[in-house]
Design a protein. Structure first.
Length: 199
């Protein structure tokens, strides 16, 4: 589990063919301290398993399913990525509960910058929009955010200067693809309603 509180940005060093998937090698700097093979790390919000450690370079295998359902397949050497290590039992929960299982991708539809602040609109699949509500939570590329407005096909978030600086969100341009994970409670509510309607 994760919180959506990004610990830092890493940078892709290599994207190696690993049929039917790819191996990502990511430099994460001091966050690599104490990391071992088998640990879980969220890369742009996607939970991946460490399969190799070489200094501050961590290796991850991403299968074809992961590459097709996330923006990881679009990464290349030099691409910045958001990094969060998995929660420990005694950690504080600063954002919201994030599983690291990406529900789908969206794209930046509108960006309004006001000095050091920004207001973003993202387009997302209708099946994900049903799980969103104003003032609820959403993880965008692994960043825990509060939903401002929710429409039929898009949602908005307000970004403070700190978030824009310490995550990849500040670098987004119109049309850029982002990983989305809706709130886990919303998923369970929707599922229970589906079962109730079948009775």
């Amino acid at each position: 589990m994760f919180t959506g509180i990004v610990e830092g940005m890493g940078r892709v060093s290599q994207m190696l063919p690993q049929p039917p998937g790819k191996r990502l090698v990511v430099a994460i700097g001091p966050l690599s301290e104490g990391m071992t093979v088998g640990d879980s790390v969220a890369i742009n919000g996607c939970c991946l398993t460490v399969v190799g450690v070489d200094g501050d370079q961590l290796s991850f295998d991403a299968g074809s399913e992961t590459l097709s359902r996330t923006n990881l397949g679009e990464l290349g050497p030099g691409s910045p990525v958001n990094i969060e290590r998995s929660l420990r039992v005694n950690d504080r929960l600063g954002g919201h509960l994030v599983s690291g299982h990406i529900d789908g991708v969206g794209h930046l539809d509108e960006r309004r910058d006001d000095k050091d602040w920004s207001f973003f609109w993202f387009r997302a699949p209708a099946r994900l929009m049903r799980q969103m509500a104003s003032k609820g939570s959403i993880a965008v590329d692994g960043v825990s955010l509060t939903l401002v407005d929710v429409e039929a096909e898009r949602f908005s978030v307000a970004l403070i200067p700190h978030t824009l600086t310490v995550t990849t969100l500040g670098r987004l341009r119109l049309g850029d693809v982002v990983n989305l994970e809706t709130d886990i409670l919303a998923k369970y509510v929707e599922r229970q309603l589906e079962w109730a309607l079948k009775k």
